[in-house]
Design a binder for this molecule. Structure first.
Ligand code: SF4
Length: 467
């Protein structure tokens, strides 16, 4: 490997086939490495943000709220309170004398003005430093207003983005178990870890409806507080983006006995498998129930119909994209599995795959499904990613908002697969959108005017560093 990497990070990079697999991951970022990861607060914010009828109040300086304002393209079919970013705007005097009074007054004013179903109050770095008792303030406001007021323990410095996911799960878990579950069907589920980017959860819900399954709660895309309160009444938790909400599924299973299943809605293969796995789950639960058989039959019909519509349309893209190279760098590694398969479906080769928060098991699975020579990287940074992209001479980079400028500066196509995207990439329809987007970016005539930065520039940089 010719690419540039910091010495202390070398064990977080693995090249398939070059050494036995033993990647280091799931640890704090190396100081000074300029990780692509966000802070704990941001991690909790991205998970809770799509709950559309809740008040989201950031207790901290205004910068934390601005940083995460409207952070996802998470759509709502009803209220849009989540899109407003409220902050207590802590100033020097609050840091000296404490921000509890300001927090209480802000909560009372906002709850009166917006009548939310619940309020989430996010802790930030400075609140962790000055030691405001958010729990006490929230309890007091809850008793004054009669709605759940939930502190999110998400001080930015307390770990990495993954710790923020857990803080969000802990906060939501306080709601679960407080709603009425009486009329919920035994063929029911909660959707966890889909954030309704570009309306994806609406497509997924439609599939479940066509299978004859009731969806109790969306957690959290197009989420509603009252639905989350009764989520413990569902028969199954179906978890996508498992890094962010698997903690919640585990807590629900422990306390209420609701089992969970990891799925991915990206790519034909994984989407079909997700639906079949769910149908099989209900068949196992109710082996002699004709309703469970009907679910299986409907699932087969659904998959057949969708796949037969999709495959002929994919042909044109496959022909043009065959042999092109792709690089993937995403937040949670589970999405990367599906992306590797999705690129294979259009005959493209994945040469780099990495994530911000993958576990050892995730990377082992990635190692198993990728081709020899593929670079697998944990918690990377712009310098490394740039040198990998040049070394591997990729045609398209899949990532999020922080990866986009890296690709464009190198004259490489880009596909946004993160919070901000406006194109639905999940579901069967999403696979077609994905292929179309990859095709449009890779084959765009704009690259004639933005020459690609060459691999040789890596070598020049290396020799400059050695001098
Ligand atoms: S919580 Fe801390 S690290 Fe996160 S945005 Fe605010 S100041 Fe920055």
């Amino acid at each position: 490997m010719e690419a540039v990497a910091l010495k202390d990070r070398e064990n977080q990079i693995h090249v398939k086939g070059q050494a036995p697999f033993n990647i280091t991951c799931d640890q704090d970022s190396l100081a000074g490495a300029v990780s692509q990861r966000a802070c704990v607060f941001c991690g909790s914010r991205v998970v809770l943000y799509p709950i559309a009828d809740a008040l989201h109040l950031v207790h901290g300086p205004i910068g934390c709220a601005v940083y995460t304002w409207d952070i996802r393209g998470a759509l709502s079919s009803g209220p849009e309170l989540h899109r407003l970013s409220f902050s207590t705007d802590l100033q020097e005097m609050d840091v000296i004398f404490g921000g509890e009074k300001k927090l209480r007054l802000a909560l009372l004013e906002l709850i009166k003005r917006h009548t939310p179903k619940a309020a989430f109050v996010y802790s930030t770095c400075i609140v962790g430093i000055i030691g405001d008792d958010m729990e006490a303030v929230c309890r007091q406001v809850e008793s004054e207003t009669g709605i759940p007021v939930i502190p999110v323990k998400s001080e930015g410095f307390m770990g990495n983005k993954r710790a923020g996911y857990q803080a969000a799960c802990d906060a939501m878990f306080r709601l679960i178990g407080t709603g009425d579950t009486e009329k919920i069907s035994r063929f029911s589920l909660n959707i966890l870890g889909d954030f309704n980017l570009a309306g994806e959860i609406w497509m997924i819900r439609k599939y479940y409806e066509r299978m004859g399954i009731e969806v109790v709660a969306n957690i959290t895309g197009d989420g509603r507080v009252d639905d989350i309160r009764r989520a413990h009444g569902a028969a199954l938790n179906v978890v996508q983006c498992s890094g962010s909400t698997m903690g919640l599924a585990d807590m629900i299973e422990e306390q209420y006995g609701v089992p969970s299943m990891r799925v991915s809605y990206f790519g034909i293969e994984d989407m079909s498998e997700a639906l079949y796995d769910i149908a099989r789950f209900f068949k196992q639960q109710y082996p002699d129930d004709p309703e469970a058989d009907a679910i299986m039959e409907k699932t087969k019909a659904l998959v057949q119909e969708e796949v037969s519509r999709l495959v002929p349309q994919l042909k044109q893209y496959r022909k043009a994209l065959a042999g092109k190279k792709a690089a993937i760098y995403v937040g949670g590694s589970f999405k990367a599995f599906s992306l590797v398969k999705a690129f294979r479906l259009v005959d493209m080769q994945v040469v780099l795959v990495g994530s911000q928060t993958g576990t050892k098991e995730d990377y082992a699975e990635l190692e198993a499904i990728t081709d020899p020579g593929t670079i697998i990287v944990d918690d990377s940074n712009p310098l490394e990613l740039t040198s990998f992209l040049k070394e591997k001479e990729v045609d398209i980079f899949v990532g999020g908002v922080k990866e986009r400028p890296i690709a464009y500066k190198l004259g490489i196509g880009f596909c946004d697969h993160n919070h901000e995207r406006k194109e639905a990439l999940a579901g069967f329809e999403g696979m077609l959108n994905f292929a179309r987007e990859v095709y449009s970016s890779v084959m765009s005539p704009v690259w004639r005017f933005v020459p690609r930065v060459q691999k040789s520039e890596n070598r020049e940089r290396k020799s400059e560093q050695q001098l």
